[in-house]
Design a protein around this ligand. Structure first.
Ligand SMILES: O=C(CO)COP(=O)(O)O
Length: 271
């Protein structure tokens, strides 16, 4: 099974209209392999999504950085999956560690949310926030970049794989069809720190995660699901990482705002 290389650019909470236009200009002018070789998806903040979509070359796609867990309604400040579909935004990033940790999105029962949402959705007795978002967004026709990854503390205590497996399990419990999911392994300690996982460290988790998918979801899903790496990827370290057999691409933060993002796209051909 050939897994098409996937490079995502997560712009996070950055940019002005002028800066966004500059980024789109260098993306549009770049020489990169064709769409059948590498899938490129950039994820600007919500407010710039339509601008970027309207200016961006047609072989690159756009992703939102989040969406609401169910149908929209009285949820001030949220953006629904329906809105993204309406705007023809094909992808959404879900479960990013910055949302899990800073905004308390988790796999676990969120009691306060549960109490509130139970009034609205009495059939949901357990609220698995990230997994529910993945399942709902998929059901609306969106494609998902689902993020998993351990903190430094968890890595140092030897629980990396247990954490990543639990995060993936919660998604597997709610999803039958994995065709529209890309899994992003993003160790929290490597995000925005300049401390990239070594190719061997990343490969080890990717290969374990693929094994986990094979044993717990299915052989076909394990061989076809792209597992991409995120955390301090740049134009220099991407090539060694891209050579690893179970690294199927990247989710890039800081470097996706700069022209070196093009080098990362081109690391599909590492030699
Ligand atoms: O969080 C990330 C991508 O989603 C990675 O961020 P950095 O590449 O800035 O470390």
């Amino acid at each position: 099974m050939v897994r098409k290389f996937f490079v995502g650019g997560n712009w996070k909470c950055n940019g002005t209209v002028e800066e966004v236009k500059k980024i789109v200009t260098f993306l549009n002018e770049a020489e990169v392999p064709t769409e059948d070789v590498v899938e490129v998806v950039v994820s600007p903040p919500f407010v710039f999504l339509t601008l970027v979509k309207s200016l961006l070359r047609p072989d690159f796609q756009v992703a939102a950085q989040n969406c609401w867990v169910r149908r929209g309604g009285a949820f001030t400040g949220e953006i629904s999956a329906e809105m993204l579909v309406n705007l023809r935004i094909p992808w959404v990033i879900l479960g990013h560690s910055e949302r899990r940790l800073l905004l308390n999105e988790s796999n676990e029962v969120r009691r306060e949310a549960l109490q509130k949402l139970d009034l609205l959705f009495p059939i949901y007795s357990i609220m698995e926030f990230v997994a529910d978002k993945v399942a709902y967004a998929l059901s609306r026709g969106l494609k998902i970049i689902a993020c998993v990854g351990e903190t430094l503390e968890q890595r140092e205590s030897g629980s990396t794989m247990a954490v990543v497996a639990a995060q993936t399990q919660s998604i597997a419990d709610k999803v039958r069809n994995w065709d529209n999911i890309v899994l992003a392994y993003e160790p929290v300690w490597a995000i925005g720190t300049g401390k990239v996982a070594t190719p061997a460290q990343a490969q080890e988790v990717h290969s374990e995660l693929r094994k986990w998918l094979r044993d717990n979801v299915g052989v076909e899903v394990a061989s076809s699901t792209r597992i991409i790496y995120g955390g301090s990827v740049n134009g220099t370290n991407c090539r060694e990482l891209a050579k690893q057999p179970d690294i199927d691409g990247f989710l890039v933060g800081g470097a996706s705002l700069k022209p070196e993002f093009i080098d990362i796209i081109n690391s599909v051909w590492p030699n």
